[in-house]
Design a protein around this ligand. Structure first.
Ligand SMILES: Nc1ncnc2c1ncn2[C@@H]1O[C@H](COP(=O)(O)OP(=O)(O)O)[C@@H](O)[C@H]1O
Ligand SMILES: [Mg+2]
Length: 374
């Protein structure tokens, strides 16, 4: 049943402006039925076909909804809250009708051809993830010559959770494929992954094994390398990479060697692990996870078959406690900067107040540009 869009969603601003995708525009939304916020991912109008045929960008929406359902057991995958079609042809749809299927993905898929004929666009309403946790947003420097990397402790935790996610996905014959920082959310402890538009359900053919290997290579080259070095293996400086289907599969093919010249302080065992991944030496996510555990053990982690000593364990605990405090400190500094910045543009303040506020904003920004972790 269709209803006016305005009765179902209140759509606010675009949230994707720092990392535009190829298929979709994404807006911040409130579901008026539940009062909950969501990220509203809707097909870009330019992917509609005038004759009502479904282009592959259109088909990607039911496919993504299906894969999100299959992977819902993973704590790392973003949650699907609702899916459906909107009538409006505006990039940000705010008028017209909507048909909402909730999480009835099968019904949503079956209706695709009918709504494509009417030039309605598919949307997915997803759990709304904070931009401040997006790894590209966090790590992209705002001035030349700056670079941040995740602390090894956090990067190992992220890699461990990603390896667990790929074990679950590969066990269901799903390859993620679209490994890049803008698809990864990290709050210091928990990994969350978005965008299964380019992911694929394999059909059990003989070359499936190659896809699993390539997926592990893409994890190492496309996410872990930039997370541990602060640079991209392809472009050097970090930037968003909107890609179509064919570009996604080709993106990391030519990169068999990783250069750690910018980050010589990175643990040699970790460099070797990522290099083996880039060289497609890992056939399964479980093989990768096993080697990852050995590297983590060198960083004070408990691992099967490793004799961790109390002092190593304690050193690691202390580092984790310190990193937590660094995060709290950086967050407090950002909040302080924002308060100062907002005060500096208030109407009717004296120049004396304004100059002092601006001086403090600048000093806080300098500290943030020299922050310890992304
Ligand atoms: N669940 C979400 N919460 C917050 N922001 C999101 C969410 N999903 C997507 N975004 C933002 O929108 C951008 C594009 O979304 P994405 O799913 O990658 O679209 P595409 O399939 O077009 O690549 C992302 O890079 C991210 O900035
Ligand atoms: Mg994307």
């Amino acid at each position: 049943m269709t209803t006016p869009l305005q009765d179902v969603y209140r759509l606010a601003d675009f949230v994707d402006t720092f990392a535009l995708g190829h298929y979709a525009r994404v807006l911040s939304a409130t579901d008026k039925r539940t009062g909950k916020t969501a990220a509203f991912k809707v097909l870009r109008p330019e992917h509609l076909s005038p004759d009502g045929d479904m282009r592959w960008e259109y088909r990607a929406f039911p496919s993504e909804a299906d894969l999100l359902g299959r992977l819902a057991a993973s704590p790392a995958i973003v949650k699907l809250l609702d899916c459906g079609y909107v009538e409006s042809g505006e990039e940000a749809p705010r008028t017209g009708e909507i048909v909402s299927f909730g999480t009835q993905v099968k019904a949503f898929s079956q209706a695709a051809a009918e709504y494509a004929q009417k030039s309605w666009r598919p949307y997915l309403a997803l759990e709304d993830l904070p931009r401040a946790n997006n790894l590209l947003y966090l790590m992209k420097p705002n001035q030349p010559g700056t670079r941040w990397r995740l602390p090894s402790e956090e990067g190992l935790a992220l890699a461990t959770q990603f390896a667990q996610f790929l074990q679950l996905a590969h066990a269901q014959k799903i390859v993620y494929l679209d490994h890049k920082l803008e698809h990864v959310y990290w709050d210091g402890a928990r990994l969350q992954i978005i965008d299964l538009n380019s992911s694929r359900l394999l059909n059990g053919q003989s070359d499936d094994a190659n896809h699993y290997r390539a997926d592990l290579r893409s994890l190492c080259v496309g996410i872990l390398y930039p997370a541990f070095t602060g640079i991209s293996a392809i472009t050097g400086s970090l930037r968003a990479q909107p890609s179509s289907m064919s570009e996604v599969e080709a993106r990391y093919q030519g990169i068999a060697h990783l250069d750690f010249g910018v980050e010589p302080s990175l643990s040699q065992a970790l460099q070797d692990l990522l290099q083996r991944g880039a060289g497609q030496e890992y056939a399964t996510a479980a093989d990768f996870a096993t080697d990852l555990q050995k590297v983590a053990a060198l960083h004070g982690w408990d691992a099967p078959g490793v004799d961790n000593t109390p002092s190593r364990r304690q050193a690691r605990d202390q580092m984790r406690a310190a990193l937590k405090k660094v995060r709290q400190g950086q967050n407090a500094l950002r909040d302080a900067r924002d308060l100062l910045r907002d005060a500096a543009i208030m109407d009717d303040i004296t120049p004396d107040l304004e100059y002092e506020l601006r001086r403090l904003v600048k000093a806080a920004n300098q500290m943030l540009n020299n922050r310890v972790i992304p």
